[in-house]
Design a binder for this molecule. Structure first.
Ligand SMILES: Cc1cc2nc3c(=O)[nH]c(=O)nc-3n(C[C@H](O)[C@H](O)[C@H](O)COP(=O)(O)OP(=O)(O)OC[C@H]3O[C@@H](n4cnc5c(N)ncnc54)[C@H](O)[C@@H]3O)c2cc1C
Length: 330
């Protein structure tokens, strides 16, 4: 029987529902499925993994001592060792910046093929994988074929929502592994890690996202968006133009080359709705847009919209939301 390994990102703290999407994909192949994580001393994560419907769970403990996060070169060498030792036929990973970096390099090391940002994968009888991935800003779907005679590696687009706590089932034990890898030729050392602490919910999981674009004209209006996000318990996002201008960090970028969001409400101020931006937000349940140009593309995908200057709309929007919340709390 073929063997599919699902790699859990190094440093992942909790198990969210994205694992369920990848797991159901792996199970649809009819393979043996294993989960692979790195030296996690996180008891909650370990426990939640053991309740998933898989055949084996492995925990890789790399040799040597490293500052967190584990250097990519070490992670790749460990995964190469794991795949070769366990005759892994397919590797699936959640599409995260970490996986987008590790995936193609691992595929090269194990002499396999690679597809990224897949929204679906179908296994053919001859073991070939047909990977469906959006292209041209989501306007077309490419069918990428990974041949079945060499290992296949794919990153999968998921929409993480709630955290998985426990799933009923027969818990299976975790096998700890100590890979035999050469550590002398590791050239990258992590000297310092700087973490950006964002207030409120994480962008990719937020139920309300308030995004700003070039139409805001500068960094200051993003403070207003943050104020609104705080009131609504939402998260702030941005278009690439706003990030490229240095008004807000690229961590907040939504779109083809940014994050994908699927909130209940996606509220935009001064965003034109270029296809590359819409690629990251068109899965939102309700798009609400404020733009001074009545012909802006974003209105084509919006449920509600205001044609007007954000400088007039945003302050009254914030005060109305405050009033409604106050009234509700009375
Ligand atoms: C390969 C590639 C990848 C890309 N990836 C991404 C991506 O991931 N995410 C992304 O966002 N973009 C991406 N882009 C860029 C994308 O094509 C657009 O250039 C970008 O999204 C435009 O951002 P914007 O809507 O903020 O700016 P603009 O297109 O300049 O739109 C600004 C809008 O603000 C409105 N406006 C101006 N003043 C006001 C006002 N006072 N009140 C209200 N509205 C006002 C204008 O009418 C206009 O519609 C990518 C491009 C390429 C080529």
């Amino acid at each position: 029987m073929s063997h599919t390994a699902i790699i859990i990102e190094e440093g992942q703290e909790t198990l969210d529902s994205s694992i369920e999407s990848i797991l159901s994909l792996a199970n649809s192949f009819g393979d043996d499925v294993s989960l692979v994580m790195f030296n996690s001393d996180n008891v909650e994560l370990r426990e939640s993994l053991t309740c998933l419907n898989v055949n084996q769970i492995y925990c890789i403990n790399p040799p040597g001592t490293y500052n967190k996060p584990l250097p990519d070169e070490v992670a790749i060498s460990c995964l190469e060792w794991f795949c070769n030792k366990n005759n892994v036929d397919r590797v699936l990973m959640n599409k995260t910046p970490w996986a987008l970096n590790i995936g193609p390099r691992l595929a090269f090391r194990i002499k396999g093929s690679y597809a990224q940002d897949c929204i679906d994968i179908k296994r053919q009888e001859d073991n070939e994988l047909v990977c469906l991935r959006p292209i041209y800003g989501g306007n077309a779907i490419a069918h990428v074929s990974l041949p079945g005679d060499t290992p296949q590696v794919a990153t999968v687009r998921t929409t993480p929502k709630e955290t998985i706590k426990t799933i009923n089932g027969n818990p299976i034990s975790i096998t700890d592994l100590k890979p035999q890898i050469e550590t002398d030729d590791i050239r990258v050392k992590i000297l310092k890690t700087v973490t950006t602490v964002a207030e409120g919910p994480e962008l990719s999981k937020a139920e309300i996202v308030i995004a700003g674009g070039r139409g805001l004209g500068g960094p200051e209006p993003f403070e207003k968006l943050k104020e609104l996000a705080k009131i609504l318990d939402g998260a702030v996002g941005a278009s690439r133009a706003a990030c490229d201008a240095g008004w807000i960090d690229h961590n907040f970028q939504i779109g083809l080359t940014g994050k994908t969001v699927t909130p209940n409400m996606y509220l935009t101020f001064g965003i034109s709705g270029a296809s590359q931006h819409m690629a990251g937000c068109s899965g939102s349940r309700n798009i609400v847009s404020i733009n001074s140009d009545k012909n802006a593309n974003i209105f084509k995908e919006s449920k509600y919209g205001v044609v007007g200057d954000w400088k007039l709309v945003l302050p009254s929007f914030i005060s109305t939301v405050r009033e409604l919340i106050d009234e509700k709390q009375k």
